[in-house]
Design a protein. Sequence first.
Length: 300
Amino acid sequence: MSLVAFLGAIEIGLVFGLVALGVFLSFRVLNFPDLTVDGSFPLGAAVAATLIVHGVDPYAATAVAIAAGALAGLLTAFLNLRFGILHLLASILTMIALYSINLRIMGRPNVALIGSDTVLSPFQGLGLPNLTLKPLFAGVVLLVVGLLLTRFLLSATGLAMRATGSNPRMARAQGVDTQAATYVGMAISNALVALAGALFAQMNGFADVTIGTGTIVVGLAAVILGEAIFRARALTVWILGCIAGSVIYRLAVALALNASFLGLNASDLNLVTAVLVAVALILPGARNPLRAMIAGRKRP
């Protein structure tokens, strides 16, 4: 694998680390299966790209994209909590609606950002090539977001949110407003995914209505890989595992596609993704039969 492909995989892995953190928050912390991310990722890209093209400051455009993602998460939570729609179905409804909304926002299937200022523009005068600047910038953003998310989840509000996902009935008995915790968690989750979409569009120079396809699979793969690698269940380790899982996943995809002896092409990306996710799902449980056998032998 060439240096260009390696750094490109690192860059995309770091950007999708934000998606992994969002998926971790909804699936693991809130226990809320959320497919909205397939729509909120291109939503962040669409909002940021459209505003930038119309002359809005890239950082302001990114902030608006984050807010748009939070609204998407709130809509999914509202459909579930207010109308009793199953969380999975509520997220699918929001995801489907966002496809048309993204088209409305962009006015066409894709928006090019070539020649426009982006969040990277202020740093391009430092003498670093884009090949190095992009992963560095994405890494710094991901580090800051990871620290803020860790601090939040260790706060009283974060503990209430974790209790809501772990045992909502017990949480309500302790005076936790589980509905408010769900609203906040879903908003933050999809805001992180929209931030990833906004950064992805600005780093790659375009926003497309189809870039969100399979986002949930990538996010889940990162979370599962992280859990398989880092077996500890401490919060900080979990978050580090999500980030590491995202980077490792993208490197594995890049290696598979660049391995000439495998004979894979770019069109085989979905196949590679499916295989990697299947392996990630199988590995954590691969030790279970052995553990059961050992446990059985220890019993009197």
